[in-house]
Design a protein around this ligand. Structure first.
Ligand SMILES: [Fe+2]
Length: 153
Protein backbone atom coordinates (compact mmCIF):
# COMPACT_ATOMS: atom_id res chain seq x y z
CA UNK A 1 0.00 0.00 0.00
CA UNK A 2 2.81 2.36 0.94
CA UNK A 3 4.72 1.66 -2.35
CA UNK A 4 1.55 2.16 -4.37
CA UNK A 5 1.01 5.61 -2.84
CA UNK A 6 4.61 6.60 -3.50
CA UNK A 7 4.37 5.43 -7.12
CA UNK A 8 1.09 7.30 -7.58
CA UNK A 9 2.66 10.42 -6.07
CA UNK A 10 5.67 10.21 -8.41
CA UNK A 11 3.41 9.75 -11.45
CA UNK A 12 1.36 12.78 -10.46
CA UNK A 13 4.47 14.90 -10.01
CA UNK A 14 5.79 13.75 -13.40
CA UNK A 15 2.57 14.58 -15.26
CA UNK A 16 2.27 17.94 -13.50
CA UNK A 17 5.86 18.84 -14.36
CA UNK A 18 5.26 17.92 -17.98
CA UNK A 19 2.07 20.04 -18.09
CA UNK A 20 3.82 23.01 -16.49
CA UNK A 21 6.74 22.63 -18.88
CA UNK A 22 4.41 22.60 -21.92
CA UNK A 23 2.31 25.58 -20.77
CA UNK A 24 4.47 28.29 -22.42
CA UNK A 25 4.47 26.34 -25.70
CA UNK A 26 0.71 25.77 -25.68
CA UNK A 27 0.05 29.37 -24.68
CA UNK A 28 2.15 30.70 -27.58
CA UNK A 29 0.02 28.99 -30.25
CA UNK A 30 -2.04 31.50 -32.22
CA UNK A 31 -5.00 29.23 -32.92
CA UNK A 32 -6.46 26.73 -30.52
CA UNK A 33 -7.22 23.24 -31.75
CA UNK A 34 -10.87 23.75 -30.81
CA UNK A 35 -11.20 26.71 -33.22
CA UNK A 36 -9.80 24.67 -36.12
CA UNK A 37 -12.14 21.79 -35.45
CA UNK A 38 -15.17 24.09 -35.30
CA UNK A 39 -14.55 25.58 -38.75
CA UNK A 40 -13.12 22.61 -40.60
CA UNK A 41 -15.24 19.77 -39.30
CA UNK A 42 -18.34 20.47 -41.41
CA UNK A 43 -19.60 22.37 -44.43
CA UNK A 44 -20.79 25.71 -43.06
CA UNK A 45 -24.26 26.73 -44.19
CA UNK A 46 -26.38 29.69 -43.21
CA UNK A 47 -29.00 28.48 -40.76
CA UNK A 48 -30.97 31.71 -40.40
CA UNK A 49 -32.52 33.96 -43.00
CA UNK A 50 -30.00 36.35 -44.60
CA UNK A 51 -31.04 39.31 -42.44
CA UNK A 52 -29.87 37.61 -39.25
CA UNK A 53 -26.54 36.20 -40.41
CA UNK A 54 -23.54 36.41 -38.11
CA UNK A 55 -20.54 38.50 -39.24
CA UNK A 56 -18.65 35.24 -39.94
CA UNK A 57 -21.50 34.00 -42.16
CA UNK A 58 -21.77 37.36 -43.96
CA UNK A 59 -18.06 37.23 -44.67
CA UNK A 60 -17.97 33.72 -46.14
CA UNK A 61 -21.27 32.75 -47.76
CA UNK A 62 -21.06 32.67 -51.58
CA UNK A 63 -23.45 35.23 -53.11
CA UNK A 64 -24.70 34.10 -56.50
CA UNK A 65 -26.26 36.32 -59.16
CA UNK A 66 -28.16 34.89 -62.11
CA UNK A 67 -29.89 36.58 -65.04
CA UNK A 68 -33.65 37.15 -64.60
CA UNK A 69 -34.50 34.24 -66.88
CA UNK A 70 -32.50 31.16 -67.75
CA UNK A 71 -33.31 29.39 -71.02
CA UNK A 72 -32.53 25.72 -71.65
CA UNK A 73 -29.24 25.27 -73.48
CA UNK A 74 -28.38 28.99 -73.58
CA UNK A 75 -25.15 29.91 -71.77
CA UNK A 76 -25.36 32.66 -69.18
CA UNK A 77 -22.89 34.31 -66.84
CA UNK A 78 -22.96 33.23 -63.23
CA UNK A 79 -21.51 35.92 -60.96
CA UNK A 80 -20.18 34.65 -57.63
CA UNK A 81 -18.87 36.81 -54.83
CA UNK A 82 -17.55 35.39 -51.56
CA UNK A 83 -18.92 37.36 -48.65
CA UNK A 84 -21.49 40.15 -48.52
CA UNK A 85 -18.60 42.58 -48.44
CA UNK A 86 -15.81 40.79 -50.28
CA UNK A 87 -13.79 38.28 -48.29
CA UNK A 88 -10.15 39.42 -47.87
CA UNK A 89 -7.42 38.08 -50.15
CA UNK A 90 -4.24 38.48 -48.09
CA UNK A 91 -1.28 36.09 -47.70
CA UNK A 92 -2.58 34.95 -44.30
CA UNK A 93 -6.35 34.93 -44.92
CA UNK A 94 -7.80 34.14 -48.32
CA UNK A 95 -10.24 32.09 -50.38
CA UNK A 96 -8.54 28.98 -51.76
CA UNK A 97 -11.15 27.74 -54.23
CA UNK A 98 -14.70 28.03 -55.50
CA UNK A 99 -16.69 25.06 -56.85
CA UNK A 100 -19.94 25.19 -58.82
CA UNK A 101 -22.30 22.20 -59.03
CA UNK A 102 -25.55 21.60 -60.89
CA UNK A 103 -27.21 18.86 -58.87
CA UNK A 104 -24.28 16.55 -58.09
CA UNK A 105 -22.35 17.37 -61.29
CA UNK A 106 -19.24 19.57 -60.99
CA UNK A 107 -19.47 22.45 -63.48
CA UNK A 108 -16.28 24.26 -62.55
CA UNK A 109 -13.58 24.55 -59.89
CA UNK A 110 -11.63 27.78 -59.68
CA UNK A 111 -8.38 27.85 -57.69
CA UNK A 112 -7.45 31.18 -56.11
CA UNK A 113 -4.30 32.39 -54.41
CA UNK A 114 -3.61 35.49 -52.31
CA UNK A 115 -2.32 37.08 -55.53
CA UNK A 116 -5.90 37.13 -56.83
CA UNK A 117 -7.10 40.63 -55.83
CA UNK A 118 -10.79 39.83 -55.23
CA UNK A 119 -12.77 36.82 -54.04
CA UNK A 120 -15.20 36.81 -56.95
CA UNK A 121 -15.53 35.11 -60.32
CA UNK A 122 -17.80 35.08 -63.36
CA UNK A 123 -18.25 31.75 -65.09
CA UNK A 124 -20.39 30.78 -68.08
CA UNK A 125 -22.97 28.10 -67.30
CA UNK A 126 -25.57 26.33 -69.41
CA UNK A 127 -28.49 24.29 -68.11
CA UNK A 128 -30.68 21.85 -70.01
CA UNK A 129 -33.29 21.59 -67.24
CA UNK A 130 -34.23 23.06 -63.87
CA UNK A 131 -31.69 22.09 -61.25
CA UNK A 132 -30.15 22.83 -57.86
CA UNK A 133 -27.19 25.19 -58.09
CA UNK A 134 -24.61 24.68 -55.35
CA UNK A 135 -21.63 26.94 -54.84
CA UNK A 136 -18.94 25.89 -52.37
CA UNK A 137 -15.86 27.79 -51.29
CA UNK A 138 -12.98 27.30 -48.88
CA UNK A 139 -11.33 29.92 -46.69
CA UNK A 140 -7.88 28.95 -45.45
CA UNK A 141 -8.84 29.95 -41.88
CA UNK A 142 -12.60 29.40 -41.71
CA UNK A 143 -13.31 26.23 -43.68
CA UNK A 144 -15.84 25.33 -46.34
CA UNK A 145 -19.00 27.38 -46.99
CA UNK A 146 -21.93 26.58 -49.23
CA UNK A 147 -24.89 28.34 -50.88
CA UNK A 148 -27.75 26.50 -52.54
CA UNK A 149 -30.21 27.95 -55.05
CA UNK A 150 -32.99 26.33 -57.07
CA UNK A 151 -32.81 27.46 -60.69
CA UNK A 152 -35.82 27.12 -62.96
CA UNK A 153 -35.25 26.85 -66.70
FE1 LIG B 1 -12.17 33.68 -43.83
Amino acid sequence: MRDFDRRKFLKTIGVSSLAIGMAPIIGSLKFSKADEIDWFQNINRVKDPPLSMTPKEKGHVPYVQLPGTVKAGEPFDLDIQIGHSLHPMTPTHYIQWIEIYLGIELVSRIELSPLCPQAKVTIPVSMSKSSTLRVMTRCNLHGIWESIKEVTV
